[in-house]
Ligand binder design. Structure first.
Ligand code: ATP
Length: 231
């Protein structure tokens, strides 16, 4: 299998705290993987380093075998709390994201429109993002993450703030993206992970304590004393 992303001894230290400690893993092209762990495990910090938003203290990241790959072009990132410019319309915002990834103005407009339709915001193209509900914002966040058709999609707790209907809609969208993109997404809920994939990386206190199939990890950890940590 072709490896699309490799994290090698990735570490982030804040003051005296090792938020992420010597984390090493690889993602095969076309796979979906859940990064699971309780609050404070280091999921956001790990994804932020992979997405180029945060510099690792030590360790390296390779994308398609390159340490200096153009992250904006090849990676899509949905932060846990996406921020939008409230005065822009959904179309303007998504177009801006497309241009930032290197797309020319004409393609950016076309792709922004297509992507917003894909995520179910076709009727809201010209609405200002400041008027959007939580569910609409999450769809818009997803649109800006995929508008440039990245090879790798990083999603930080994409459904944890949503009600059951919104959650279902976003999960369905993510499932339909699985054919085209490699996906790494964080969650603290094992059932969510299980719905999307069989593969997981289990972080605890900044350490990667398990990686492999959900079945194996469940068998090992799904004991009463661990349940609380899975959330
Ligand atoms: P959650 O599920 O609550 O979002 P998480 O698994 O995403 O948690 P992180 O947000 O990566 O965990 O945090 C890991 C650790 O690093 C935590 O102890 C957190 O307090 C600490 N941390 C994160 N960002 C900073 C920062 N900017 N400065 C100092 N400490 C930080």
């Amino acid at each position: 299998m072709t490896i699309i992303l490799e994290a090698d001894h990735l570490t982030k230290i804040y003051g005296s705290e090792r938020a992420v400690n010597e984390v090493t893993f690889a993602l095969g092209e076309g796979t979906s993987t859940a990064l699971i762990g309780p609050n404070g495990a280091g999921k956001t910090t790990t994804l932020s380093m992979l997405g180029g938003l945060l510099e690792p203290t030590t360790g390296t990241i390779s994308l398609n075998g390159e340490k200096r790959a153009d992250v904006r072009k090849h990676i899509g990132f949905l932060p846990q709390y996406p921020q939008f410019f409230s005065w822009l319309t959904a179309l303007e915002f998504t177009e801006m994201a497309a241009k930032l990834s290197g797309m020319d103005a004409r393609s950016a407009k076309l792709e922004a429109q297509k992507t917003l339709e894909f995520v179910g915001l076709g009727d809201a193209l010209r609405k200002k993002t400041g008027t959007f509900s939580g569910g609409m914002k999450q769809r818009l966040g997803l649109a800006q993450a995929i508008v440039h058709k990245p090879k790798l999609l990083l999603l930080d707790e994409p459904v944890s703030a949503l009600d059951p209907v919104g959650r279902r809609e976003i999960m369905n969208l993510l499932k339909s993206l699985q054919q085209d993109m490699t996906i790494l997404y964080s969650t603290h809920i094992l059932n969510d992970a299980e719905e999307m994939t069989d593969q997981l990386l289990f972080l605890r206190k900044g350490q990667l304590v398990e990686q492999g199939s959900i079945g194996d990890v469940r068998a090992k950890y799904d004991q009463p004393r661990y349940r609380v940590e899975f959330g």
